[in-house]
Ligand binder design. Structure first.
Ligand code: 26Y
Length: 822
């Protein structure tokens, strides 16, 4: 195999050992005697990267040679997680690496633990992008991810006095061994300024945009290795830097403040990830970030397209651009600008290319998460783009008028410019108008897009709408995260499931095999012991691995209802206090997740969890049965520990609010049972694993709407439900806040007076369902059976399936031959 077999990078144990030692000396400049764990991690990471480079370059050459249509995945977030273990698995060099490390007296697992993850995303949306890159490379799809190389990623969360405290994430502190800076491929991006228009000598309307600021985008490339596919695609992240000529011009003319200001402006753009999900704040810097990386990426695509000898007229035939939510949707206007202003296309031709290039994935139904930018801000930052958007809008609204005559209300509803009050640009509408396909991320979500959020667009263009249910990569979330379960599965059905998750169905017959079930239980136990040790080390809390591990890990949000979980915990607590002889099955409630720094209620929910934990964990009357743990700083790395160890997965959002969820899939694949509502992908998971293997409760999305329409009165539920009243009164009394009755007042009052996420409406069915969970868990044989059926039936939730769907239904990519034979 020519691509890996030169002496320096062969995969023999001897060559790997030599590689580690060479990298330690020549790259890190350290002698073995004084090297640290971090040095060893770095040396190993470079040694693995050395094994990636040949196939990375070969992949690129193969794509160029074969003239392939390429997918460009534009995302403001890529939550990649640590690379080392995943790269080792995907390269298929686990055994030799482990041996080479061992012979150098290095513990591979310990080295893997040294890597600090690039937290360049908030949660679900960013992690989905990462899973999709893994699947694209695994399937050999010509693809590239484009995003921002934030200097500071998602903040680290500490818990002090029960409250969340945010700490800076300086993930680049020790350097990043996976990336390569490519200064020769840098591009320029303008901001602000003004436009001038004139008619040229042919009478054509021309526009010149003169920006106030020009910044440089410098690409940093990271290889994305496919699972045993021989392919390595690229994740290209842009860093903003000062443009030297701009800087020196001002400096030389004595404008020192201007020079320094320009430098600060430029360097600020890729400085930090906004830690808000699902709630927009019209911050100018955020729009700068979005335009910056989108413009860099489109310019880069055009350059690549032209250097491979293609005419820009065929751009849309060679390039499929996927918009990961509206964050890169300014790209629609930017591609028009590039084609019309820079490359001299007429409007109609440019629009034909643009509208056949983009596709838009929507990830949310929450109205507060739909991005809008105020016109004055947009105008001052992107004056030319606003003109273009007006033109797009005016042509679009003519179409609406033709299709729906005499319906000006509809025209106003659909306008890309929201004329109400302070006037805004509606980015989701720009994305819809500029895209060939619009997709939701689970069946219910797509249906709700069509009937609700994007209903007018569905009525205009029904053929644009399509569902692609999310998926997650079984490489990271099973093979890497859960080696114990993976080995057991492989011992029965071989290892093909890693690249073809439908193979897991071969495990079904083992559900009825009691010998296999006891092996399954042994594995689960071992994984739980591993997590218990970690919890003890991190928090000092000792948890019992034979108790049920009940986990809710995800961003803290009212719609996700972590506080509903707390209401159940307190219900159990009161039951136990009243009757200490009550036999309740021991449970460990695990929480993890970050709150957006400005989201007061989410922070108060964290404080509620930690306050309840303090009381319960220190009460000897209950702490034999109940433990509550809030694990600080939940991230991908920690997810890899918790998904495998959970017995029960909490997916309890208000129906109609969670677009899909992906944690639900990671848990179920790892054999956890789900307690959940009919929301997002829960519905499809339940259908796949069998209704009898899923704990369902709660109102449906339609019932939620009806209930609110009929007038919802949470206070009445409180009055009539004694157990709920006791819990709410307990929280309000200060019993869990050292006597401070005012602390949780905002939370309690919010529930009593409005309860927008219907916790009270779902409370009793949730408690009843939890009681069924307890009863089932007491029968370990029955539980294991259900657990095995869950794992065995999760094939369709592999991101490989999602990516095949995108290829077939959206990107029109049918060829997967690149690299497949390598
Ligand atoms: C506009 C800005 C504030 C913003 C930033 C991040 C808005 C939204 C987000 C992130 C959204 C997100 O993570 N959504 C989640 O996407 C997952 C992948 O599709 C879904 O599984 C999940 O239900 C959805 O909440």
């Amino acid at each position: 195999d020519s691509i890996v077999d030169d002496e320096r990078t062969s995969n023999t144990v001897a060559a790997l050992k030599q590689g580690i030692l060479d990298n330690l000396f020549y790259v890190l400049g350290k002698r073995v005697e004084v090297s640290t764990d971090m040095d060893h991690f770095m040396a190993l990471a470079y040694t693995v990267r050395d094994r990636i480079l040949a196939r990375w370059l070969t992949t690129r050459e193969d794509y160029a040679k074969n003239n392939v249509r390429t997918v460009y995945y534009l995302s403001a977030e890529f939550l990649m997680g640590p690379y080392l273990a995943s790269n080792i698995l995907n390269l298929g060099i686990d055994d030799v690496i482990r041996q080479a490390a061992g012979e150098l007296d290095l513990d591979l697992n310990h080295l893997i633990g040294q890597e600090s993850e690039p937290g360049l995303g908030n949660g679900g949306l960013g992690r989905l992008a990462a899973c999709y890159l893994d699947s694209l490379a695994t399937l050999g799809v010509p693809a590239m991810g484009y995003g921002i190389r934030y200097e500071f990623g998602m903040f680290h969360q500490a818990i002090r006095d029960g409250w969340q405290v945010e700490l800076t994430d300086y993930w680049l502190r020790y350097g990043n061994p996976w990336e390569i800076r490519r200064p020769q491929a840098c591009v320029e991006v303008g901001f602000g300024g003004h436009t001038q228009s004139w008619a040229d000598s042919f009478g054509e309307y021309k526009v010149l945009w003169t920006p106030d600021e020009v910044v440089k985008g410098v690409p940093f490339d990271t290889p994305i290795v496919g699972y045993r596919s021989g392919v390595a695609n690229t994740l290209r992240l842009w860093r903003s830097e000062a443009n030297e000529s701009f800087y020196f011009d001002r400096f030389n003319s004595g404008d020192y403040e201007g020079a320094v200001g320009a430098k600060i402006f430029a360097e600020n753009i890729s400085k930090v990830l906004y830690p808000n999900d699902e709630e927009i704040r019209g911050k100018e810097l955020r729009l700068q970030q979005q335009y910056f990386f989108t413009s860099c990426s489109l310019q880069d695509m055009i350059r690549r397209h032209e250097t491979t000898g293609h005419s820009l007229e065929n751009f849309h035939e060679q390039c499929a651009v996927q918009l990961n939510d509206t964050h890169p949707s300014i790209g629609v206007a930017e591609l028009m600008r590039l084609l019309v202003d820079i490359h001299g296309f007429g409007w109609d031709k440019a629009w034909d290319i643009t509208s056949h290039t983009f596709n838009y994935t929507n990830h949310t139904l929450l109205p507060e998460a739909l991005e809008r930018w105020s016109l004055p801000m947009f105008q001052s930052l992107l004056p030319r783009h606003l003109e273009i958007i007006y033109e797009i809008n005016s042509r679009f609204l003519s179409l609406v008028r033709t299709k729906f005559p005499n319906d000006e209300a509809r025209v106003a509803r659909m306008s890309i410019i929201d004329e109400h009050g302070e006037r805004y640009v509606r980015m989701a509408y720009l994305a819809c108008v500029g895209s060939g396909h619009i997709n939701g991320v689970a069946k219910l979500h797509t249906e709700l897009l069509k009937s609700d959020v994007l209903r007018d667009f569905y009525e205009l263009w029904p053929e644009k709408f399509i569902n692609v249910t999310n998926g997650v990569t079984p490489r990271r979330w099973l093979a890497v995260a859960n080696p114990e379960q993976s080995e057991l599965m492989t011992s029965k059905i071989g290892h093909d499931w890693i690249g073809d998750l439908d193979q897991l169905s071969k495990l079904e017959r083992y559900a009825e095999d009691s010998a296999f079930r006891s092996e399954w239980q042994g594995v689960q136990r071992a994984v739980k012991v591993r997590l218990a040790q970690y919890i003890a080390a991190k928090t000092g809390i000792s948890v019992d691995p034979s108790s049920m591990f009940d986990a809710q890990v995800k961003r803290i949000h009212e719609y996700k209802r972590q506080h509903l979980n707390v209401l159940y915990i307190l219900t159990q607590y009161y039951r136990q206090k009243k009757d200490p002889t009550l036999e309740i099955s021991p449970r460990t409630f695990l929480f993890g997740g970050k709150a957006a720094p400005g989201y007061f209620m989410a922070k108060l929910i964290i404080k509620l969890i930690t306050s309840v934990a303090e009381v319960i964990n220190s009460d000897p009357e209950v702490n034999q049965h109940l433990k509550v743990v809030f694990l600080p700083d939940y991230n991908v790395t920690f997810g890899q520990l918790v998904y495998p160890a959970a017995d029960l997965s909490e997916q309890i959002s208000t129906a109609g609010k969670e677009a899909s969820g992906t944690g639900n899939m990671k848990f179920a694949m790892n054999g956890a049972l789900t307690i959940g509502t009919l929301d997002g992908a829960n519905i499809e998971i339940r259908d796949a694993v069998g209704h009898e293997n899923f704990f369902l409760f709660g109102l449906t999305a339609a019932e939620v709407v009806a209930r609110k329409a009929a007038g919802y009165h949470p206070h009445q539920i409180y009055e009539s439900n004694g157990a709920l009243r006791e819990v709410i009164d307990g929280i309000a009394s200060g019993r869990f806040s050292r006597g401070d009755g005012s602390l949780f007042r905002p939370l309690v009052d919010g529930l009593l007076n409005s309860d927008p996420y219907l916790l009270f409406a779902d409370y009793q069915t949730y408690v009843d369902c939890q009681d069924r969970v307890c009863k089932t868990y007491r029968d370990q044989e029955a539980w294991s059976k259900m657990s095995i059926y869950n794992a065995a039936r999760m094939g369709q939730f592999s991101s490989d399936r999602s990516i095949r769907d995108y290829c077939k239904d959206i990107w029109n990519i049918t060829r997967f031959e690149i690299g497949a034979g390598l």
